[in-house]
Design a protein around this ligand. Structure first.
Ligand code: ADP
Length: 570
């Protein structure tokens, strides 16, 4: 910009200078021409008067150095010329324009350039009384000769003007450009230097503000997207069409063991998982692909979808969903179904066997009752099993349809004891319920089931003469239920497994006492629904203590509001 301003100023200066010179020269030349002509006219009038009176003698006396005087006879021959000693040798002047005009009108003038154009002659001719013509002429430098004569000083002036204009234009350009260079474009409206720039600066200011707003909005969206991606539990990867990683969120990075530096690298170099590689290769080939992957400590569902834009493959979007819980639940369900089938098959086979023998009359009359007892016993076990399964599936669904209320745990324990008293007495076992009257918040039916299952086990796995005690204690952190017996006890290594579904320490003993292997898993389930967890301590052949710490009614209400996850309960 500086250079442009400089060039323009220098060009303008030189142009103005040249035009001014030409104009001044023209005006001066015109002026001097007029002066010369006026002088010539005056001299002519004086000379005419002198010649009329003194004739040629006068002419010979006149000493006009600058002016040429020619006296021409009426026929055009030259009588006298102050520049020629012998005028007779001069050519005839009759055809000269000023002479012609003088002969015709009394006076005439003409201007003529010399052959070299360097001089211009002004002529004035006057007809005398004798018919002859007196002509005076004076020569003047032509504009061209003036120019040629002045060329040196003009060039010098031009050079000086050029240098001066360069210096001044440089300063001027700097002075003009400096405020522009110093414009504060961060806050354009505040610049006051040039009023002419104000609309532009306002516009820049508005645009800048719009840009700021747009970039803030973009940044907000980017942050939003990033935080969504980073906090997603699902893994997400975006790949370019060559399989290079464009984006990978924290969850996917963790699963593949990739850090932030993996951006730009080939996914196949980052993860060596064969199934992942195969799925991505297919997706890069344009096919949507899904598969299950074992990654780290879980199972994941991989969905690889090709991304196309206007029909052209752009890359692949990979999503990794954690299906560990689902897989475990499915596995658990498979196992459970297998166990249920097995548990049902055994009594059904027994019933079918007994019935067949009875049908074919192969049972002696005195044994029929015992066979009927067996069939009754097996069906009772099956009924119990089916009831337990129904209870469990109801619990699996969260028992959300059941009403919660405050329950006196000691009262509930006493109720269970009273129900079992008869069975206990038959087995020679003393069963009691004692302790503090303490309230818990829960589902009465389920709490009763929990108490009955624990008390039932304390009787079932006891010895004649033994004791089964249900104790309720109020504690700071809740209400502690303890069911203690003096029975057969549980080996240390099996204590944690007794809460598993269908797990029995001694299968035949459990069956003999009418167990289904589901009682304690129902207990655990109910305890967890109520925000508690059963705890076991047992010594083989001495006895078992199973305790459940129930939360205070206030805490239990919270636990009720946020039902536990399926897996936690399994
Ligand atoms: P079951 O219907 O067989 O009693 P449970 O789930 O109630 O099933 O108990 C699982 C297993 O734990 C029982 O089969 C038994 O071997 C053991 N068990 C439970 N309670 C006691 C106890 N109080 N004393 C000794 N063993 C017990």
């Amino acid at each position: 910009m500086r250079r442009r301003i400089l060039r323009s100023i220098v060009l303008a200066t030189v142009t103005v200078l040249l035009i001014s010179l030409a104009l001044i020269l023209g005006v001066l030349y015109g002026y001097t021409t007029n002066v010369t002509k006026a002088q010539l006219k005056e001299e002519s009038e004086l000379t005419v008067r002198g010649v009329e009176e003194g004739g040629i003698r006068y002419l010979k006396r006149v000493g006009l150095a600058q002016t040429r005087i020619t006296w021409i006879a009426a026929d055009g021959s030259v009588r006298f010329d102050n520049r020629e000693a012998d005028p007779s040798g001069m050519e005839n002047h009759l055809n000269r324009q000023e002479v012609q005009e003088a002969l015709q009108f009394g006076s005439g003038t003409d201007d003529r350039f010399s052959a070299t154009l360097l001089e211009r002659c002004h002529y004035i001719a006057t007809r005398l009384s004798d018919g002859s013509v007196l002509r005076l002429s004076v020569s003047q430098y032509s504009i061209l000769s003036l120019l040629l004569g002045m060329i040196q000083p003009v060039l010098l002036i031009l050079a000086f003007a050029l240098i001066l204009s360069f210096v001044l234009a440089g300063r001027l350009a700097r002075a003009v450009v400096k405020p522009l260079n110093e414009l504060n474009l961060d806050d354009p409206v505040k610049n006051q230097e040039y009023d002419e720039l104000s609309p532009l600066l306002h516009r820049i200011g508005n645009q800048e503000e719009a840009l700021h707003q747009q970039s803030a909005e973009l940044e907000r969206k980017q942050n939003e997207l990033e935080s969504i991606l980073e906090n997603m539990t699902e893994g997400m990867i975006l790949l370019g069409k060559q399989g290079n990683i464009i984006l990978i969120n924290a969850a996917a990075g963790r699963l593949l063991g990739a850090d932030r530096h993996c951006i730009g690298r080939d996914i196949l170099m980052v993860s060596r998982n064969i199934s992942l590689q195969a799925a991505i290769s297919k997706a890069l080939g344009g096919r949507k692909e899904s598969c299950k992957l074992a990654l780290r400590d879980g199972m994941y569902q991989l969905n690889a979808t090709p991304i196309r834009y206007q029909g052209h493959m752009q890359g692949v979007a990979v999503l990794l969903f954690d299906i560990t819980i689902k897989e475990q639940a499915e596995e658990f369900r498979r196992e459970f179904t297998g166990n249920v089938s097995h548990e049902l098959r055994t009594p059904l086979h027994a019933i079918s066997g007994y019935a067949e023998l009875l049908k074919n009359g192969l049972v002696k009359q005195e044994d029929v009752r015992s066979f009927a007892d067996q069939i009754y016993g097996e069906t009772q076990r099956m009924i119990q099993l089916v009831e337990d399964i129904i209870s469990l599936s109801h619990l699996d669904e969260g028992a959300s349809d059941m009403a919660w209320e405050e329950i006196d745990l000691l009262e509930a324990a006493k109720l269970s004891v009273s129900r079992l008293k008869g069975i206990a007495e038959t087995a020679g076992i003393t069963i009691t319920a004692s302790g503090d009257s303490a309230r818990i918040y829960g589902i009465p039916g389920l709490i009763q089931t929990l108490l009955t299952n624990l008390a039932d086990n304390a009787v079932k796995y006891n010895r004649s003469g033994g004791r089964a005690e249900l104790t309720v204690r109020k504690q700071e952190d809740g209400v502690l239920l303890t069911v203690t017996d003096t029975g057969i006890g549980i080996p240390k290594e099996e204590q944690q497994r007794i809460f598993e579904r269908f797990y029995r320490v001694d299968k035949s003993h459990s069956k003999a006492v009418g167990g289904t292997g589901l009682g304690l898993s129902i207990v655990k389930h109910i305890a967890m629904i109520h925000g508690g967890r059963p705890d076991v301590s047992s010594t083989l052949n001495e006895g078992t203590k199973i305790s459940v710490l129930f939360p205070t009614p206030e805490d239990a209400k919270k636990a009720h509001e946020t039902p536990p996850q399926l897996l936690q309960l399994l």
